[in-house]
Ligand binder design. Structure first.
Ligand SMILES: Nc1ncnc2c1ncn2[C@@H]1O[C@H](COP(=O)(O)OP(=O)(O)OP(=O)(O)O)[C@@H](O)[C@H]1O
Ligand SMILES: [Mg+2]
Length: 218
């Protein structure tokens, strides 16, 4: 589970200090699926980055699966980050690597070596069977995003953070990707937090959190 207690984070804006996350407290139970909504600039990506250990809070505590990550040093944070699943709007596949190697990339970085059987099964779930030796540039946007999902899931995370994963896809493809993400996370008991600007996509989630003025209204 995830707990945020009185978390603050601000950015320097010229000479002004602007508070982005303002005394935010939040509890998320294991295997929950959450849509994170909020205006552009409201701090959604900042919040994901705090949960991913890419940013550290100025004050307050962040605990993820019993680990108090807000107290981690740089080395502990680097280790923690490897185990988190992150999916981006821009898929960030590695262009010299084929689909299979892209899918295994994060897991291998983390010392895991997915078996051929495991890779094949994941590819089938993602509708990417027959595409494992293709290069990223030969894939559609939706296919590339599914490779990104495979890359995150083969690493067996307990927490998957998705930042507008369907931002570059049409409405029908977006629905498919979100349904797939939800099913796979449910199967593997992974907490899923997905940022979206689409109320229609958010409506498919059991929980919706709205970020406004640095606070959550859920
Ligand atoms: N590296 C940075 N340096 C300074 N300010 C930043 C930086 N990154 C983000 N900000 C500011 O922090 C605020 C929150 O940004 P954030 O990216 O978290 O918003 P968001 O809710 O994800 O927006 P969007 O929906 O447009 O992606 C914004 O006002 C932004 O300008
Ligand atoms: Mg953002």
């Amino acid at each position: 589970m995830i707990a945020l207690n009185n978390v603050f984070f601000s950015r320097q804006d010229g000479t002004l200090k602007r508070t982005i996350i303002n005394d935010l407290s939040l509890n998320i139970m294991a295997a929950e699926q959450i849509a994170l909504l909020g205006d552009s600039g409201s701090g959604k990506t900042t919040l994901l980055n705090l949960l991913a250990g890419l940013l550290s809070p100025e004050a307050g505590e962040i605990t993820v699966n019993e680990q108090k990550i807000s107290a981690f040093n740089a080395r502990e944070l680097a280790l923690y980050r490897r185990k988190i699943g992150i999916i981006f709007q821009h898929y960030q596949l590695l262009s010299p690597l084929n689909v299979k190697d892209n899918m295994c990339f994060q897991a291998r970085l983390n010392g895991l070596s997915p078996s051929d059987d495991e890779i094949q099964k994941m590819a089938t779930k993602l509708g990417l069977e027959g595409k494992l030796s293709a290069m990223p540039e030969q894939l559609s946007g939706g296919e590339q995003q599914r490779v990104g999902i495979g890359r995150a899931l083969l690493n067996k995370p307990k927490l998957l953070l998705a930042d507008e994963p369907t931002g570059n896809l049409d409405a029908a493809r977006s629905q498919d990707i979100v349904a797939l993400l939800k099913t796979l996370c449910q199967e593997q008991q992974i907490i899923l937090i997905m940022v979206t600007h689409s109320q229609r996509l958010a409506d498919q989630f059991g929980y919706q959190l709205f970020l406004k003025d640095g606070q959550i209204n859920g």
